[in-house]
Design a protein around this ligand. Structure first.
Ligand code: AMP
Length: 528
């Protein structure tokens, strides 16, 4: 059976699957509905089936809200849960459902059984969300899941298309359906190194849809005499507007103005929305993206002159206001809209192929340098280095009794990174130390050494077991390593004892829960 190299862009609003065809090119697989991208929408219907994609989006209006799940990616790594017909689903399981539908469609079309894939996630996803994405792949039936950052995947795809151009520094501006991020990467032949990243979890096309929806309601209210509160509380109008406002927004990317209709209290109101009105009402949103872009450049003391290309990806970067906002602030920026809906999935597929190209008997990574070995590079293996999107620290109690996060490994440093710290037991004969790991946004300067607990997020903990006979002067050496994938591991040396620890977190699903969830995948309606 052919083993395909698969990349999946698991998006907030749309997801996309790409693979490498016989000619070695990345191509997007059409889903069963013959679309290039699959709406990340899930419907639990009355027959116990789980429907994913456009059929779910189209039927959403006919079902109670609790049976429709949208934008689940925004909940990744949280304790969000839905209860449908007595069955509880967390964001990992719901993401698995979307992955399963896409893999089912692919298997059906190609007569295969995909077991390996590269799945992308936003650069600013922390440890919990990355773990969650990986587990979603496992639940969806994959044996081997690699998670890479969306902007890195976009840059790989961009680099693939522009291979001859040599060394470049690119800024990937990714405005998707629900999330926004900016990443600066250096591309040198087959090596991709992210050097800075930042983003906003709650900013994307959906927010622009909401702006359109408000404009429509204001117009319709004025025309019909029905007040805004009444329109706001009408479920059916709200549902209609969810779909219609997205359609109108997309039309305004090519037309200066567009018409639409909305029926309220029996009156059919025709309205016109202009691009000018839309852009004025969404100016604050676009400015937020520019501010984040500036912040990323500033974090490495880059100016726009240091950037060769500004690559726009994500469906929402089709809005003309995106390019206009960037070029009005930076007239010399070399802005390119690059395959906005597909570049992430294609880049993931290219990366997946690169992983599979390591010849037998060749070490993919040179152990001395941690880089892709010369043989592997010659065979076409890509070297990808991410930056850590969050700072890691541990909870520490200071002399005055205050608890703070003592930061250890800082954001925007190229992975993998190690940091060695020495600690001492508080009491003679102490048998354990609980190490609580936090993530935060501190930067690596004098002010960034400590962070208030309230400004961090717990990502897990481990219980250090100490040898007998420790005293308050026994050094405990802890080596924290952030792996290539941004996962934190710790190894502890104390007296003659060496122990490696995985960071456990509450959000991790147990093997039992994963196995049970795999059973639920049977309910995901098949292509046929
Ligand atoms: P992504 O998550 O990257 O697939 O982006 C999906 C988002 O892009 C959704 O919010 C879409 O409404 C938006 N989008 C797609 N095409 C267009 C377009 N032509 N104009 C404006 N927004 C678009």
């Amino acid at each position: 059976m052919t083993e395909y190299c698969i990349g999946i862009d698991l998006g907030t609003t749309y997801s996309c699957l790409a693979y490498i065809d016989e000619d070695g090119d990345p191509v997007v697989e059409k889903n069963f509905e013959q679309e290039d991208t699959t709406p990340s929408v899930i419907l639990f219907n009355e027959n116990g089936e789980i429907i994913v994609g456009s059929p779910a989006k189209d039927m959403a209006m006919m079902y109670p809200a609790e049976r429709i799940i949208t934008a689940i990616k925004r909940q990744m790594g949280t304790d969000y849960e839905v209860d449908v017909d007595g069955e509880k689903y967390n964001p990992i399981m719901l993401s698995a459902v979307i992955l399963r539908k896409m893999i089912n469609d692919f298997n059906e079309n190609h007569g295969c059984d995909v077991k390996k894939a590269v799945i992308t996630c936003p650069a600013y996803f922390g440890q919990n969300e990355r773990d969650a994405t990986k587990t979603a792949g496992t639940i969806a039936g994959l044996d081997e899941v690699t998670v890479i950052n969306e902007p890195t995947a976009a840059a790989i795809s961009f680099g693939f298309g522009n291979a001859a151009e040599g060394k470049k520094r690119v800024l990937v501006y990714d405005l998707g359906g629900g999330t926004f991020d900016v990443t600066v990467l250096e591309i040198d032949g087959s090596a991709f190194t992210a050097v800075a990243t930042d983003g906003e979890r709650f900013l994307g096309g959906k927010d622009w849809d909401a702006v359109i929806s408000k404009i429509i309601k204001e117009k319709v209210s004025e025309e019909s005499g029905v007040d805004m509160d009444t329109l706001d509380s009408d479920e059916e109008i709200q549902q209609t507007l969810i779909n219609d406002s997205e359609t109108i927004k997309k039309r305004l990317s090519t037309a200066e103005s567009t018409k639409g209709t909305l029926t309220v209290e029996g009156q059919k109101i025709v309205f016109t929305v202009t691009r000018e009105e839309f852009e004025a009402a969404s100016a604050g949103l676009i400015q937020t993206t520019i501010d984040i872009m500036d912040r990323v450049l500033a974090s490495k003391s880059f100016s726009m002159a240091d950037i060769d290309d500004v690559v726009l990806v994500g469906g929402s970067s089709r809005m003309p206001q995106v390019r206009n906002a960037i070029t009005s602030k930076y007239p010399d920026a070399n802005v390119k809209v690059f395959d906005p809906d597909q570049s992430v999935a294609k880049g993931a597929a290219i990366f997946s192929r690169s992983n599979s190209m390591v010849p037998d008997g060749v070490a993919p990574i040179d152990p001395a340098t941690g880089e892709v070995s010369a043989e592997a590079a010659a065979a076409g293996v890509l070297s990808v280095h991410n930056v850590l999107s969050k700072t890691f620290g541990i909870k520490a109690v200071y002399e005055d009794g205050t608890e703070m996060i003592s930061n250890i490994i800082f954001r925007n440093e190229v992975l993998p990174i190690e940091s060695v710290k020495t600690y001492y037991p508080v009491d003679d004969g102490q048998s354990t130390i609980k190490v609580e790991i936090y993530e935060d946004s501190a930067v690596n300067d004098d002010s960034g050494k400590k962070t208030a607990i309230i400004d961090g997020a717990p990502v897990g903990e481990f219980m250090m077991e100490l040898p007998l006979d420790v005293t308050t002067s026994t050094p405990i050496t802890v080596k924290f390593t952030a792996t290539d994938e941004g996962i934190l591991i710790a190894s502890v040396d104390c007296m003659d004892q060496h122990t490696d620890y995985q960071i456990e977190n509450d959000m991790k699903m147990s093997a039992d829960a994963i196995a049970k969830s795999q059973g639920l995948m049977e309910k995901v309606s098949n292509a046929n």
